[in-house]
Design a protein. Structure first.
Length: 333
């Protein structure tokens, strides 16, 4: 029987004394945002584009927003990214008329071809003398931008590979990134003795996605397997049992309110025998999307940090990366 707090390596990388992820078998993730910002700054800062009418365009990088990471799951290397790249541009015509504005590329997502990037070009103080610069940016500028992003993505995959995936440092502890309410530590009697537990609460806003989409996705084996990148067995039947992450998580569906609520008894296999947390996911209409309220009671205190961080890294981020569902973590009301 696993000890309280013992981590299952299929959820997070098991910390060895040497900090290594042997053979890249376990889940590991490398944040590529610092690399991305550095590379795109080198590619776009001071980029100049000549035109046929002898106008000149120059660009600088304003920001890169979103998330981009290299991931390993059972020796399978893959990238997850959803970023926005914004450039400032300036130009001058052959006659000396100047103009400036911005070029923003969005929907740069791993599931899309880079040629399908959504690009928006804006210009400040446009007039009849400098408006030709706007047309140049919309044609030649956008063409170069898309080509440069494509070259960057290719180079990123050449520069980052299996050898660059590393486990967390041995002394590194996961930090909760989501707003969370932690209840007073409670003691629970189990067949294995008395253990202390905590409560997790998260409020997540997903834009553009109605509650029925979530309800169906969370209870469909194929979709859960898809966004978690691991085998899952689950069905929308009250009283049925489920498994996630190839059996790392098991449980039973206690109650269902179609498109509104999912209640489960939920546990890691590594928890004390017979001990389950009580998980409630409530779905509410919010503006043009969904407000998701998660409450999980009875989480063993010694395994609290892993469980907390896993909701964002293995559920909310994966939903965004797989289905393109943008989300924001909010303070609990």
């Amino acid at each position: 029987m696993a000890k309280v707090g013992e981590e299952d390596p299929r959820w997070l990388v098991q910390n060895r004394t040497d900090g290594k992820n042997v053979g890249n078998w376990h889940w590991a993730e490398k944040n590529l945002m610092p690399y991305t910002k550095k590379q795109l700054a080198e590619l776009f800062d001071n980029l100049s584009i000549p035109t046929e009418d002898e106008s000149k365009l120059s660009f600088t990088l304003e920001h890169v927003k979103g998330e981009i990471s290299l991931n390993n799951r059972k020796r399978r290397i893959f990238y997850l990214y959803d970023i926005e790249v914004k450039l400032n541009w300036s130009g001058i015509t052959k006659d000396g008329n100047k103009g400036k504005g911005t070029l923003t590329g969005s929907e740069i997502v791993q599931d899309n071809d880079h040629r399908d990037i959504k690009v928006e070009v804006k210009m400040d103080d446009k007039d009849s003398k400098n408006e030709i610069l706007l047309e140049h940016v919309r044609t030649k500028g956008v063409e170069v931008f898309i080509q440069t992003i494509g070259n960057f993505l290719t180079k990123m995959k050449e520069d980052n590979g299996q050898s660059s995936i590393q486990s967390p440092e041995p002394d590194e502890k996961p930090k909760p990134s989501a707003p969370v309410k932690i209840e007073t530590v409670k003691e629970v009697n189990t067949s294995s003795g008395t253990i202390s537990t905590k409560e997790i609460r998260q409020r997540v806003i997903f834009s553009g996605v109605p509650p029925p989409f979530f309800f169906e996705t969370f209870l469909d084996s194929g979709r859960v397997s898809g966004f978690t990148q691991a085998p899952a067995q689950i069905q929308p039947v009250k009283g049925s049992e489920f498994t996630l992450f190839a059996g790392t998580i098991v449980g039973k569906i206690v109650d269902l309110v179609p498109n509104e609520k999912i209640v489960q008894n939920w546990r890691f296999q590594s928890w004390p025998q017979g001990h389950y947390s009580h998980l409630t996911i409530e779905l509410k209409v919010h503006s043009n999307g969904t407000e998701l309220l998660l409450t999980q009671t009875g989480v063993p205190s010694s395994d609290f940090e892993r469980t907390l961080s896993g909701w964002e890294s293995h559920f909310w981020q994966r939903l965004r990366g797989t289905f393109g569902w943008p989300y924001k973590l909010k303070k609990n009301k």
